[in-house]
Design a protein around this ligand. Structure first.
Ligand code: PHE
Length: 450
């Protein structure tokens, strides 16, 4: 018997846990900053509604109808055709993402520990404050083996949760951690809003300047929406197979997308006032700099530095772990369903091999490393290939399959639970899946080459 989530709250907590991750915390504010502030937010919200939710519903419907892993679902629904290759693309993307994401998850854990012990806020001799955090991060990533230890601890935590299974492992931990995450975010919002000059940050984030909306802004917003909602990675197909028959897919998709959006907006409310209050807006918020350099600077300017810093990195670790378990589950379900492996063995194999590849990813960032592919450290190479190529390709095929190829009536019967629910919005959703999403995704895919 296929494992199932045991409650509605549990399935939403697990799915939101997957969607809310480091993508919301560092990728979103960085994208806002790079793409014209509030204008980006506006386009992003539109992308979530018109594309994110319909594509999410395609994955949910296929996953629940197939009742199998990301590859098996297509084999069951269209046994004689090679559509299962779509699942293979999602599986590969999810595995590659897992390997480098686990390294970043390890950093969040180590920064938590260093915040608790105060180590992070000991200045480096002969450095000004700002340089000290940047050099701390650089030395940490480039010059030492200690990130490996924390990556392994993160992998061990994932293993412990995943071996517990779907309802006793994933669901239980999500039920516990997601409320904690929201509570921590709300605390940070209050702190950030009480800083002097907070209104400057808020107006930057919420007052759109429409002239800033360019094709590049739209393309970046689309890419961010897909990444943030965990689309095209096989995760939602895998999770939907654990949804019980009575679950309302439309309600679930709206709730998950709304909560994911809420976390992104809360992060904006936290970060922009804080960064602008302390005059750090000239700094790039790009990627790891924001979380591991700029924010420690912000905390250093506040009283109770170590407390805020510890709470913040705990928040990040929680967001990271509920995402890593979901992305590991794609490969675990694949091994269990396709190769009839026991859950324990599948977990060991996926996370054991992840330990090897994560080690390589982490080492590729050390000084003078020869783990370079196409001129990029292995870490960046996996990120680029998975995020920029495999995710959009997988999502594109999912939409084409759900909209045009899947057995007739499958989408409608999944969306309405075989006609027991009203069909409101189904027409709009199917229209987006068939006609809007495929060309839009194609544009994201080819835009870097235009
Ligand atoms: N939605 C996730 C995020 O924003 C994407 C993701 C899921 C990445 C699972 C890795 C693992 O971080």
């Amino acid at each position: 018997m296929k494992a199932k989530f045991s409650s509605k709250i549990g399935l939403i907590a697990a799915t939101v846990g997957s969607a809310v991750g480091l993508g919301n915390v560092w990728r979103f504010p960085a994208e806002v900053q790079e793409n014209g502030g509030a204008a980006f937010l506006l386009v992003y919200v539109l992308c979530v509604i018109v594309l994110g939710i319909p594509v999410m519903l395609s994955e949910f419907s296929l996953g629940r109808a197939g009742g199998s892993d990301a590859v098996g679902t297509f084999k069951i629904l269209s046994p004689k055709r090679p559509w299962w290759l779509t699942g293979v693309i999602g599986l590969v993307a999810s595995y590659l993402i897992l390997c480098f994401y686990m390294v970043v998850a390890g950093w969040t854990l180590e920064y938590t520990v260093q915040s608790v012990t105060g180590e992070l806020y000991k200045p480096v001799e002969g450095m000004d404050l700002q340089g000290s955090f940047a050099s701390h991060m650089q030395d940490y990533i480039e010059g030492s083996y200690s990130p490996l230890i924390f990556t392994y601890i993160m992998i061990a935590l994932n293993l412990a949760i995943l071996v517990g299974g779907v309802s006793k492992g994933i669901e239980r931990i999500s039920n516990l951690l997601m409320p904690l995450l929201f509570l921590l975010l709300l605390i940070f919002c209050c702190v950030s809003l009480s800083l002097p000059g907070a209104s400057k940050g808020l107006s930057y984030f919420f007052n759109p300047d429409f002239s800033k909306i360019t094709p590049k802004v739209i393309i970046n917003a689309l890419g961010q929406a897909f990444f943030s909602l965990s689309l095209g990675m096989g995760i939602l197909i895998t999770y939907a197979a654990y949804y019980p028959k009575g679950a309302d897919l439309r309600k679930t998709a709206f709730t998950v997308s709304a909560l994911d959006l809420l976390v992104a907006v809360l992060m904006g409310i936290i970060i922009f006032p804080a960064v602008l209050s302390f005059g750090l807006e000239g700094e790039s918020l790009r990627g790891i700099t924001l979380v591991f350099v700029t924010l420690p600077e912000v905390f250093n300017n506040m009283s109770l530095t170590c407390l805020w810093s510890s709470l913040f990195f705990i928040t990040l670790s929680v967001a990271a772990i509920t995402s890593t378990i979901s992305i590991s589950e794609v490969s675990i379900a694949f091994l269990q369903d396709r190769f009839k492996m026991s859950r324990k063995k599948a977990c060991m194999l996926v996370l054991g091999s992840c330990a090897v590849f994560s080690t390589l990813c982490s080492l590729s960032l050390t000084r003078g490393s020869s783990l370079v592919i196409c001129g990029m450290p292995l870490f960046d190479f996996l990120d680029t290939v998975a995020t920029n190529i495999l995710l959009p390709v997988c999502s594109l095929f999912i939409c084409i399959y759900a909209g045009w190829i899947a057995p007739r009536g499958l989408m409608i019967s999944q969306l309405t639970n075989d006609g027991t629910l009203k069909g409101s919005l189904c027409g709009f959703i199917l229209f987006c899946i068939k006609y809007v999403a495929p060309p839009a995704i194609l544009i994201i895919l080819i835009s870097p080459y235009l």
